[in-house]
Design a protein around this ligand. Structure first.
Ligand code: CA
Length: 318
C-alpha cells in the first residue's frame, strides 16, 4: 500500500516537475542541477559499530559511554531545489543494542534551541537518520543515492523533531497558536450563532481541523513520540508511515543537542529496516538548524553512505 502511494507520488511529482521545469526549453531532472558525483556511490570506510551490551533500556545513558563514536562532517544540501543548510558542521554518532532494541545517540553543536514552529518565521531543530530498507550493495556499478534513496531502492527514515519533543512534555501534549499570540481571538468568540451550536462546532474535529480529522501525525495531539517513521524512493517522495515504530528523546544543554533515537531491532512492519545482529548495512544523517531557517531540503547533510555494523549478541561469539 505504502509502495503504491510512493509510486503515485512519483508520477504526480514527475508530471508537476516536468510542467514547472520545462521553462525556456530547458528540462531539469528531478530538481537536480548537477549530475551525481561518482563519490556519492562510494560509502565511507569507517563503520559505526553498534556494540552488543547486555543492559536494560534504563541504563542507556551509561551504555553510550562504552559505545564507539563516529564523527561525521556535514555540508549544505546542494542538489534538490531549494538548496541550503550547511550551518551545522559536524555530528557525532554512537550506538549500541541489547539484543532487543537498537539505540543511537546523535550529538551536535547548535547555539540556539529552536523547538517552536507556530509563527511563519519559526523553524525547528531536527535530525534524521536514513537506512536502505533492504540489504544492498552500494558502489558506482550498483548506485544508491545517499540523499533520499532511489526509484526501486527505498529508504527508511527516522526524523526527530525538537517541537514534537517539547510537546511530549506539555499539558495536552500539543502547543496551541495562542501560546505565541496571547491576545488572539477567533471568529467563534463574537459569533452570532447560539452558544450550544458554537460549542458543538468548536469541539467538532471535522469542522475545525481537517488534518486532525484525517489523523495526520503533524496535527494529532498526544502523538506520543518525537520521531517520525518515514519512507522515500527519491526526492519529493517522503511519506509518513501508517505504522510508527521509532521513539526518541532530545536534550539541549549549553549549545549542544543530545538526541537518542531507539527502536526494536525487528518490527512487524515491512516498510521498516530490520536489524539482525551480525549484519552490515549503511546509514546516512541530516541536521536542520531552526535558527537558520532550515526546513525540508534546506539542511546539513553528508553525500556518502556510512557503513553500519550490528555486533552479534554475546552467546553467538566464540
Ligand atoms: Ca514503521
Amino acid at each position: 500500500m505504502l509502495i503504491k502511494a510512493l509510486w503515485k507520488s512519483v508520477v504526480i511529482a514527475g508530471v508537476v516537475a516536468a510542467l514547472l521545469l520545462s521553462y525556456n526549453n530547458k528540462i531539469f531532472s528531478q530538481g537536480s542541477e548537477e549530475p551525481v558525483a561518482k563519490e556519492e556511490n562510494i560509502p565511507t570506510k569507517e563503520p559505526l559499530i553498534i556494540k552488543y551490551l547486555h543492559l536494560d533500556t534504563n541504563s542507556a545513558d551509561k551504555a553510550f559511554e562504552q559505545a564507539d563514536q563516529v564523527n561525521i562532517k556535514l555540508q549544505k544540501q546542494d542538489k534538490a531545489i531549494p538548496h541550503g543548510g550547511g550551518s551545522i558542521k559536524e555530528i557525532k554518532i554512537r550506538g549500541f543494542h541489547n539484543g532487543e532494541t537498537i539505540f543511537f545517540k546523535l550529538t551536535w553543536d547548535d547555539a540556539m534551541k529552536n523547538e517552536r514552529v507556530i509563527k511563519h518565521e519559526q523553524f525547528r531543530d531536527a535530525v534524521a537518520m536514513m537506512f536502505p530498507l533492504d540489504l544492498v550493495t552500494i558502489s558506482p556499478e550498483t548506485p544508491f543515492s545517499p540523499r533520499m534513496g532511489d526509484r526501486g531502492r527505498p529508504v527508511n527514515l527516522w526524523h526527530w523533531k525538537a517541537d514534537w519533543e517539547k510537546e511530549l512534555h506539555l499539558a495536552g501534549r500539543f502547543e496551541h497558536v495562542d501560546a505565541v499570540y496571547t491576545n488572539m481571538f477567533d471568529d467563534f468568540q463574537d459569533n452570532p450563532i447560539s452558544v450550544p451550536v458554537q460549542n458543538d462546532l468548536y469541539s467538532s474535529t471535522q469542522f475545525i481541523s481537517g488534518g486532525r480529522a484525517a489523523g495526520t501525525l503533524l496535527a494529532k495531539p498526544d502523538r506520543g513520540r518525537s520521531v517520525e517513521d518515514l519512507n522515500a524512493i527519491g526526492f519529493g517522495t517522503l511519506t509518513s508511515q501508517v505504522h510508527q515504530d521509532v521513539k526518541g528523546k532530545g536534550n539541549w544543554v549549553d549549545g549542544k543537542w543530545n538526541v537518542v533515537i531507539y527502536r526494536p531491532l525487528i518490527t512487524p512492519d515491512k516498510n521498516d529496516v530490520q536489524f539482525v545482529p551480525g549484519m552490515r548495512t549503511f546509514f546516512n544523517v541530516a541536521v536542520w538548524n531552526g535558527a537558520q531557517g532550515d526546513t525540508n531540503g534546506q539542511k546539513s547533510i553528508t553525500i556518502r553512505w556510512h557503513p553500519l555494523t550490528i555486533e552479534r549478541v554475546k552467546y553467538q561469539q566464540q
